[in-house]
Design a binder for this molecule. Structure first.
Ligand code: ADP
Ligand code: MG
Length: 729
């Protein structure tokens, strides 16, 4: 078997970069080639239909059934011009991925033949037999039907021979069964609440967009090596493997340049992403060896989420054609930095204002402060929920592990913005607002230099950092659907802005001037949300103590963190914003707990198998060889001499015996613990058992396996080692 390891290592070592065919046109010309965007709509749709569709897209209206046939027909003709034969509703169920069911365009033509057919009905709605998608009990067997419906704010696109229609996925009883439906509701809620608040400053604002610019981190591994690691294949991470030496990591890190094989992959991926209308812009090496990052230009949140889902599947596909496998798991390698997904988030108006960016005038800056402070309030009030929104069995390995944000949500503002908030907090109304002759009201809001955008100090340890014109939510997992975090954040901000308007209006109704009212409420909020502001080192132990004193959520157990979705505050927030009902929240939590359990369950099984089939037999085989040597020594040398010469081997023999005994015993214990846990009623309790008893066993067993890796003859070891997985190009 170990022969296989050497063969795959050698093959990986010799692999050459694949040639990539670069389109002759410039990127701006092939950008969106496979997207039914406005340009193509205009070309393929009658002008009245085009106008109605654009209206539905811009104003978030449902597609008017009367034009659905014409839209479908235009889409079909465009798609067929690209050789497309099938269509699918493309949706985002509560698993971390997308789902699709492909149907051919063909229908009977009534004359014994076939014709290409794609009606408005099929575009607008489909009924995937979806009883196998997680739904947390919303759809019990007698009404196990859901439907998917096109969301016109997400453009239709073509992948290979299939027209993909982004849809929401909803139960017949109305509950959402996916990420997109609540996301659209959250975006609509934040739009409404933010427009109302914008009217204090500019009555002409009609729409507020939520923007998202994600940065996607990932690892690449040679496909041969990947195939020789059943743990990577089955769980997405290595369940064992001793760290390679630190020197190697540093050396590799300092090499800096993107290896040619990887560069070819990236180039290919970028071309295909651009063709799908994903505005990819940045690529670079990440901190860990074989780790990279990809980021597009930010987009409207719903589209950005679709694009992130799309790029993750595109990455998987393109990686294969380059002899790689892409690892999106948050922590594929122990002791090596994990992968996250920074969600750069901001709000902006249809009049072109970025609400999280400082402006040029005192009024613009008051608006800026308004949105910053309300965001901080939302994050403060719902810090536990926001943590729950990014938590998963896989992301749990990364958070709080001295490399990623801790499992406590706090916000970093940088010195300048902190100073401005402190100033506002301490000053009196009279100081801030004074009536000044013919210029009318004068606001003494401190000038906030626009330079702030470029020179905000960076605090890499903060999970929610202000970075000049946006907040960067850094705790999101690399594998996650960004929507989960964006639903919670946008909904919380929507709720908060509504409260703000309520408070300001109440003061104004009592005769307080608008500016004074705004400032009074802001000042009050600055005081309330102070505990969420933290500019220090988020990795430190002191911060954990301090955060607990401040009343921030410090829970670290993943199943318990999910409880945050069901607190009275969270339910009230989601219900008042119309984003999710209590029933939906409860159902979703069932899915979260169940998924958590399944992940640990699979890891436990795989680790058990590998330990018993790969590790223990190899260790014992090596031990036998050592034993053989010890006996031979005895035959050759005098007793004392033989003993002395065999001392080291005997120590290793003992160590192997002890470690293999431990492993066998604990693999058995883990099987029994699973049996006990599996009998527990209720997904929550079961997940807690898996977290508390089984997950720690994985680590304990691994510890001994990793020690064995260090002492067993390298030639006999069957599984590719970290240094091979991580350093071969
Ligand atoms: P970093 O220095 O964190 O790597 P980048 O310049 O690579 O930052 O940008 C990260 C992401 O933030 C990109 O997707 C970018 O488009 C996005 N971004 C920039 N400004 C905004 C904004 N106002 N709102 C949302 N996202 C933004
Ligand atoms: Mg960033």
């Amino acid at each position: 078997m170990s022969g296989l390891r050497f063969r795959v290592v050698e093959k990986a070592f010799q692999a050459k970069a694949r040639e990539v065919t670069v389109p002759l046109e410039r990127p701006s010309e092939y950008f969106g080639k496979y997207v039914f965007n406005r340009e193509k709509m205009f070309k393929y749709l009658p002008s009245t239909v085009y106008a109605k569709l654009v209206d539905a897209m811009d104003n978030g209206a449902a597609l008017d059934r009367s034009i659905a046939d014409a839209v479908a027909d235009g889409m079909k003709r465009w798609a067929m011009s690209l050789g497309v034969t099938h269509y699918t509703h493309w949706f985002q169920p509560l698993t971390e991925g997308t789902a699709e069911k492909h149907d051919a365009f063909v229908e009977h033509d009534g004359k014994g033949g076939m014709m290409e057919e794609f009606s408005g009905k099929l575009l607008v709605q489909q009924e995937p037999d979806a009883s196998s998608f997680p739904n947390g009990g919303i759809r019990n067997t007698f009404e196990a039907r859901g439907y998917s419906a096109w969301d016109p704010s997400s453009p239709v696109f073509v992948v290979d021979d299939t027209l993909c229609i982004p849809t929401v996925f909803i139960a017949y009883t109305g509950e959402s069964l996916d990420y997109k439906a609540p996301l659209l509701k959250a975006l609509s809620a934040v739009n409404k609440a933010a427009v109302d608040v914008c009217h204090y400053f500019d009555p002409s604002v009609k729409k507020v967009f939520s923007y998202l610019g994600w940065e996607q981190e990932y690892f690449l591994v040679d496909e041969g090596l990947y195939a020789a690691r059943p743990d990577l294949l089955l769980t997405g991470r290595t369940l064992m493997g001793h760290e390679a030496s630190k020197n190697q990591q540093l050396e590799d890190h300092y090499f800096g340049a993107i290896p040619t094989r990887v560069a070819a992959f990236m180039k290919d991926l970028e071309i295909q992403a651009l063709e799908l209308g994903i505005p990819v812009k940045t690529r670079h090496n990440e901190v860990a060896p074989n780790q990279f990052e990809l980021a597009p230009i930010y987009e409207e949140c719903n589209l950005a989420v679709d694009h992130n889902m799309l790029i993750m599947s595109l990455m998987r596909k393109v990686a294969r054609t380059h002899g790689f496998r892409v690892l999106l798991h948050e922590k594929p390698f122990k002791g090596v930095n994990g992968s996250g997904k920074h969600n750069n988030w901001s709000l902006g108006t249809d009049t072109g204002a970025l609400l999280m960016a400082p402006g040029k005038t005192p009024e613009e800056n008051l608006r800026f402060i308004t949105f910053i402070v309300n965001t901080l309030m939302a994050v403060y009030r719902h810090n536990g929920l926001l943590k729950a929104s990014i938590m998963s069995a896989t992301n749990a390995h990364r958070l709080g592990a001295n490399e990623a944000p801790p499992a406590i949500i706090s916000s970093f503002l940088g010195t300048q913005l902190s100073r401005v908030l402190d100033h506002l907090e301490e000053s009196t109304d009279e100081q801030l607002v004074s009536l000044e002759g013919k210029h009318g009201m004068k606001l003494d809001i401190p000038q906030i230099p626009e330079l702030l955008i470029d020179n905000t100090d960076r605090n890499r340890t903060s999970p929610f950092a202000f970075t000049g014109n946006r907040f960067e939510f850094r705790a999101v997992g690399s594998e996650a659907n960004c929507a989960s975090a964006m639903i919670a954040l946008n909904a919380a901000v929507a709720e908060q802005l509504t409260c703000f308007k309520h408070d300001v209006d109440a003061l104004m109704a009592n005769g307080v001037s608008k500016e004074s009212a705004l400032i009074q409420v802001i000042r009050k909020y600055i005081k309330i949300c102070k505990p969420i502001r933290f500019d220090g080192n988020g990795y430190s132990e002191e911060w954990k103590e301090e955060a607990a004193k401040r009343g921030l959520d410090c829970e670290t157990s993943c199943p318990l963190i999910f409880d945050n979705y069901l607190t009275p505050d969270s339910i009230a927030m989601f219900e008042s914003t119309g984003v999710m009902t209590k029933v939906e929240l409860e159902a979703r939590n069932e899915v979260k707990w169940e998924t958590y359990t399944k992940k640990i369950q699979i890891e436990a099984r795989v680790l058990g198998d590998l330990a018993m089939n790969h590790i223990v037999p190899v260790a014992i085989e090596y031990q036998s060889r050592l034993l053989d040597n010890v006996y031979k020594m005895k035959g050759l040398f005098a007793e004392e001499e033989a003993k002395r010469l065999s001392e080291e081997n005997i120590a290793i023999i003992k160590e192997i015996s002890e470690r293999t005994a431990y492993i066998k015993e604990h693999v058995d214990a883990m099987v029994n613990a699973r049996k006990v846990a599996n009998k527990i009623e209720g997904e929550r309790a079961k997940a807690i058992a898996y977290h508390d008893t089984i997950a720690p066993m994985l680590e304990q067993i691994r510890y001994h396996i990793d020690k064995l890796e260090l002492i067993v003859d390298d030639k006999m070891w069957t599984l590719p080692k970290y240094r091979e997985l991580l350093f071969i190009r």
